[in-house]
Design a protein around this ligand. Structure first.
Ligand code: BES
Ligand code: MN
Ligand code: ZN
Length: 500
């Protein structure tokens, strides 16, 4: 879909639908909606007085213009109470509206900077939220469908500014929104891909293509190099599968100085059957998305390369399948991670923390000054927070605050959960330095506590997206399937770290 920003008037713009926002409890109409109402001979105010348009959040009312406007339809989107408007609510309302119009067969939509001026939302922030809403809300994954969709695509989306000054502000917000949303959709594409189309080798190829496209450096480690480096944990998980593992390394260099300011480490289990500690078959197919953390860091790198912040970022994705076979890890096996720590594998389904242990060790080896890891790590996190909030764990307040702020700005709800040395007890092994499961209680915390053992004293935040990587329904910007969380958080964080 193309997004254009033009100067003009909403009553004169040609499109299948022109969209304006309307707040709950608004008395008399002004601005764009008043202009539409006038052109439509009072149809909008009539519907408001009849109570059909209430302005409730995500309410969509379609009015056919019958020649009274240049556009075929005028659409009023409810934005809820003005005091409660946020960029995220705006983004969601635009997404809902776009999906409704697509179902009606609209191919072109025009709108204005809805919500600008309300609750500190700047014109640029409004344009950003609108662009994100349109691109994220209209996302579909149809790669493996051979037939036509029931309804077509919205091909053109136009933001209308009153003058050149406003146009420039909307243009810059729109660009930011487009880059963030396209990166999020790229992460969705990768995570939605069935595991037979997204093996570790294919994921590494995708990273190489992305790097070539964005001017990033890409290096892919294969098993021989992993063996040399002593990555016994990643190799251990991979040994049950016929697909060889990959460690994907993407580098963005934006700062003049050498060194790695930030490592983004994403879990890349392209299919998690649980291994010998096999999962129940119900919903096992969802585990094709167990590389969503890896997809998010790769996609975030694309957005980062577009914004060119002054910071050096490395993305690391340990990619492998987790399958049972005659060569698979067995419960009770002991493996050695990069750096020499031994791990008793009491449960082969706790594989994410194993592959991350080696990737985190590699981040330390590269001299990363800070580390963020992202993983669909524990069902326990899903149980604790549901499917709305991702869980955050860390060892430095400053970095944690930065992540939480970036997440709030992105509209990707993230909640800090505690860490405490008391939980370390639960990961103690009788035969090795540590074991890979601390049991059911506090499962998200003991998993984080396990990872903490592999980052030394480096500032680090771990995001557990097991509850948020998938959506079971359409909800605002989210559609059914992979959500692309937390791509926008990561990009916001990198931009704010670069600004120092
Ligand atoms: N990938 C799963 C976690 C998961 C479950 C993510 C459901 C998304 C949705 C992870 O590898 C796993 O299996 N974790 C185990 C850990 C346990 C064996 C200690 C879990 O959460 O049950
Ligand atoms: Mn698992
Ligand atoms: Zn897993």
């Amino acid at each position: 879909m193309e997004i254009k920003v033009v100067t003009g008037s909403i009553t004169e713009i040609k499109a299948d639908a022109v969209v304006v926002g309307f707040f709950e409890g608004t008395g008399c109409l002004d601005g764009d909606i008043a202009a539409l109402d006038k052109a439509l001979g009072g149809a909008v105010s009539e519907l408001i007085s009849q109570g059909e348009i209430k302005g409730r959040l995500n309410e969509v009312t379609v009015i056919h213009s019958l020649g009274k406007l240049a556009a075929a339809r005028a659409v009023v989107t409810g934005l809820g109470k003005p005091a409660e408007l946020s960029r995220d609510r705006l983004c969601g309302a635009v997404a809902e509206t776009c999906r409704r119009l697509r179902k009606m067969g609209a191919a072109s939509i025009a709108t204005v900077a809805q919500g600008a001026g309300v609750n500190d939302i700047s014109p640029a922030a409004s344009a950003q939220a609108i662009a994100e809403g349109a691109l994220l809300g209209l996302y579909r994954f149809r790669r493996h469908m051979t037939g036509e969709a029931d309804y077509g695509e919205i091909k053109e989306f136009t933001l209308v500014a009153a003058d050149e000054n406003e146009r420039q502000k909307l243009e810059s917000g729109c660009r930011r929104g487009r880059v963030l949303a396209e990166a999020t959709n790229l992460a969705r594409d990768m995570a939605n891909e069935p595991a037979n189309y997204m093996t570790p080798a294919i994921m590494a190829e995708k990273a190489k293509e992305l790097a070539a496209d964005c001017g990033l450096k890409c290096q892919v480690l294969e098993p021989a190099e992993m063996r040399k480096l002593g990555m016994g944990a990643l190799l251990g998980v991979a040994q049950g599968s016929r697909e060889p593992p990959r460690l994907i390394v993407l580098r963005y260099r934006g700062s003049g100085s050498a060194g790695v300011d930030l490592a983004l480490v994403g879990k890349g289990i392209t299919f998690d059957s649980g291994g010998i500690s096999i999962k129940p078959s119900e919903k096992m197919s969802e585990m094709k998305g167990d590389m969503a953390g890896g997809a998010a860091v790769l996609a975030a790198m694309r957005a980062i390369s577009r914004f060119q912040p002054k910071i050096n970022v490395v993305a690391l994705v340990p990619a492998t399948e987790n399958l049972p076979s005659g060569s698979a890890l067995k419960p009770g096996d002991v493996i050695t991670a990069l750096g020499g720590k031994t791990i008793e594998v009491v449960n082969t389904d706790a594989e994410g923390r194993l592959v991350l242990a080696d990737a985190l060790g590699y981040a330390l080896k590269l001299g990363a000054k800070s580390i963020i890891d992202i993983a669909t790590l524990t069902g326990a996190c899903h149980i604790a927070l549901g499917d709305f909030y991702s869980g955050a764990f860390g060892n430095r307040k400053e970095l944690m605050d930065g992540v939480l702020k970036a997440a709030a700005e992105a509209g990707e709800p993230t909640w800090q959960l505690p860490m405490h040395e008391q939980y370390k007890e639960l990961n103690k092994s009788d035969v090795a330095d540590i074991k890979n499961s601390g049991g059911r209680y506090g499962g998200a915390i003991t998993a984080a506590q396990f990872l903490a053992e592999f980052v030394g004293d480096t500032p680090w935040v771990h995001l557990d997206i097991a509850g948020t990587f998938l959506s079971d329904k359409e909800r605002g910007c989210l559609v059914k399937g992979a959500t692309g969380v937390p791509v926008r958080t990561l990009v916001n964080l990198v931009l704010s770290l670069a600004e120092g």
